[in-house]
Design a protein around this ligand. Structure first.
Ligand SMILES: NC(=O)c1ccc[n+]([C@@H]2O[C@H](COP(=O)([O-])OP(=O)(O)OC[C@H]3O[C@@H](n4cnc5c(N)ncnc54)[C@H](OP(=O)(O)O)[C@@H]3O)[C@@H](O)[C@H]2O)c1
Length: 306
């Protein structure tokens, strides 16, 4: 594994088409920028089109020839996920990189449009459905990758996925956030297993960004608690650009085989350069993972056709 990896190590991505969910903000924006700077065609999949267009303008300011597009995607609404996948397939013929990055943490809205607990629904089930609906294109595209974003908040959690699926979940909001991220990490490993067992060359990789001060925490709230949280995160964490490196590494580094878990190599995983971590292998429980897959297909109505 190359040491001290940064976005300057990304190779030429000409001809690659990439979707970045939540590409308008924070870590997703930095990911989109770096991919565009290296000549990928980048589609920002965003719930707010104005924010998406602002992000495109910002990318083009520094990188005038960037090939960047905006498409509407609300991961908290399965109908919107279906519409996004259909429109994407109408406009693009390949998909090299699907970056499942968007996320919410303790949001004001407690349920998705389909009645799922919001964090589980948006962070995990929305991305599960999106990946399933784009799978045919992903499989058709040589050397394609799906990158799923986890979190330190999921480390050492016991999986309790069954509790988080409907309106009657019993959990604190933060616990639900950790479970939703753990589900994304399990999904990445399970997808890799299912691809490899069918001799499909596409790869699935999990990663986590460490800690970065972004809009995730308190969504711009001016309350004292939110401001103190953001100030302390700024002190201990890293920039959104550095937090994007584990995603960019998982998406572009040649030595990736599929199934890895990538995160910052510094103390407690808070910051540092991207490195391969053992933690997910240690935490992973095979039958829990395949049960989660079956449950997610039932809940979303999206069946993966390999
Ligand atoms: N920052 C950290 O320290 C940290 C740590 C661990 C993991 N993460 C993970 O990193 C990822 C990126 O977070 P961030 O820190 O960059 O936060 P952020 O700046 O708040 O970005 C989150 C992105 O997700 C989008 N999003 C939220 N709900 C959505 C929905 N229903 N449909 C489509 N897009 C939606 C947001 O759109 P809007 O702009 O419209 O709200 C935004 O673009 C998340 O998965 C998060 O869980 C972050």
């Amino acid at each position: 594994m190359p040491r001290g990896w940064t976005k300057r190590d990304i190779g030429d991505l000409t001809g690659k088409v990439a979707i970045v969910t939540g590409g308008n903000s924070g870590i997703g924006f930095e990911t989109s920028l770096a991919l565009a700077e290296n000549f990928a065609t980048v589609i920002l999949a965003v719930r707010n089109m104005n924010k998406g267009h602002e992000a495109v303008d910002k990318i083009k300011k520094g990188c005038p020839n960037a090939d960047v597009h905006v498409l509407k995607l609300d991961l908290g609404d399965l109908e919107s996920v279906k519409e996004f996948a259909a429109e994407f397939k109408m406009r693009f013929r390949s998909l090299s990189l699907l970056i499942n990055n968007a996320g919410v943490m303790m949001p004001p809205r407690k349920e998705t449009k389909d009645g799922f607990e919001a964090q589980f629904g948006i962070n995990f089930l929305g991305h599960f459905a999106l990946t399933g609906l784009l799978l045919d294109l992903i499989i058709k595209t040589p050397d394609s990758r799906v990158v799923s974003v986890g979190s330190l908040a999921a480390h050492n959690l016991k999986p309790e996925f069954g509790k988080f699926t409907g309106k009657k979940y019993k959990s604190t909001e933060l616990k639900s956030y950790g479970q939703s991220k753990l589900a994304c990490m399990y999904f990445a490993k399970e997808l890799q297993y299912r691809l490899r067992s069918r001799n499909i060359d596409s790869k699935s990789i999990a990663c986590h960004p460490g800690i970065a001060q972004t809009y995730l925490f308190g969504k711009g709230s001016r309350s004292l608690k939110a401001r103190l949280t953001r100030a302390s995160l700024k002190m201990i964490g890293q920039s959104a650009e550095a937090a994007a490196y584990p995603i960019l590494y998982a998406a572009t580094e040649h030595s990736i085989r599929g199934g890895e878990y990538i995160g910052p190599d510094g103390r407690k995983g808070i910051k540092g350069f991207p490195a391969e971590l053992e933690l997910l292998n240690e935490q992973f429980v095979e039958n829990v993972s395949s049960n989660l897959w079956t449950l997610s297909e039932e809940l979303t109505g999206v069946t993966f056709k390999f």
